[in-house]
Design a protein around this ligand. Structure first.
Ligand SMILES: Nc1ncnc2c1ncn2[C@@H]1O[C@H](COP(=O)(O)OP(=O)(O)OP(=O)(O)O)[C@@H](O)[C@H]1O
Length: 228
């Protein structure tokens, strides 16, 4: 489903952000990426999104070779992905409903289908009572639920999460993780970069540890190796 072969990423000549990464993530897995700030977690996620390209090596996501892919294929490729960030990135002047519906309008879905699907997904994330609220009227955890609803509305095969609990307190973080686990149990592959060792400890999921641009451990039964 996701494959990195000998991937190196340099943003400039002097500094190598990722070095010789080899990695395979199968359909349906839940994978944590952990490591100190600057270890390369976000760069790995950006490569999976094709926001950036590797300096060397090969990145395959689904049926797409992201190095060989043409620019005009990128929007089609991105349709199989959902993306969640630490800072929610909601449209402040749109309601919860509109924030989520917008992701369907971009794909030109029929209005009837949008009107049926948005309430379904808001129910999944537990926000059916907040449909008409604006992001500014919601707690951080609720805003992240809107962002997750938007990310899953088009039923992506893969959900990429970059520090999704970074702005949340421990209890709210755990609620967001429980939601991500439910989404994973329904078949979506999840890759989540995080600093949150409490969350990683609470689940026995695969953990890929990074240090200075290299993978230092890949443990399928939980457990990590964050160097200091
Ligand atoms: N656009 C860029 N231009 C130059 N260097 C960059 C760029 N993006 C990231 N880097 C560098 O690449 C390295 C890896 O950064 P990356 O953001 O992938 O790490 P991270 O593990 O996600 O860190 P954090 O946990 O702080 O988000 C860092 O040294 C960073 O300074």
């Amino acid at each position: 489903m996701i494959k990195f072969e000998n991937v190196t990423k340099r943003y400039d000549k002097k500094y190598t952000a990722l070095r010789n990464i080899n990695l395979e993530i199968n359909k349906g897995e839940f994978v944590f990426l952990v490591g100190l700030s600057g270890s390369g977690k976000s760069s790995l996620i950006k490569l999976m999104l094709r926001e950036i390209k590797p300096s060397k090596g090969k990145v395959i996501v689904g049926k797409y070779d992201l190095v060989k892919m043409r620019e005009r294929q990128v929007p089609y490729f991105r349709r199989q992905l959902g993306i969640v960030f630490q800072d929610f990135r909601l449209l402040e002047k749109k309601t919860v409903y509109e924030n989520v519906a917008y992701a369907m309008r971009v794909l030109e879905h029929e209005d009837d289908f949008i009107a049926k699907r948005v309430p379904e997904v808001l129910r999944i994330v537990g926000l059916e009572k907040k449909t008409d609220c604006y992001p500014g009227e919601l707690s951080g955890g609720e805003q992240q639920r809107v962002a997750i609803a938007r990310a899953i509305i088009n039923e992506p095969e893969i959900l990429l999460c970059d520090e999704p609990t970074g702005n949340l307190d421990p209890i709210t973080s755990q609620e967001i993780i429980d939601l991500l686990i439910d989404i994973n149990n329904s078949g979506t592959t999840i890759v989540m970069a995080t600093h949150d060792t409490n969350v990683v400890d609470s689940l026995k999921k695969r953990v890929i540890s990074m240090y200075k641009g290299e993978i230092t451990s890949d443990n399928r039964r939980g457990g990590y190796n964050i160097e200091s």
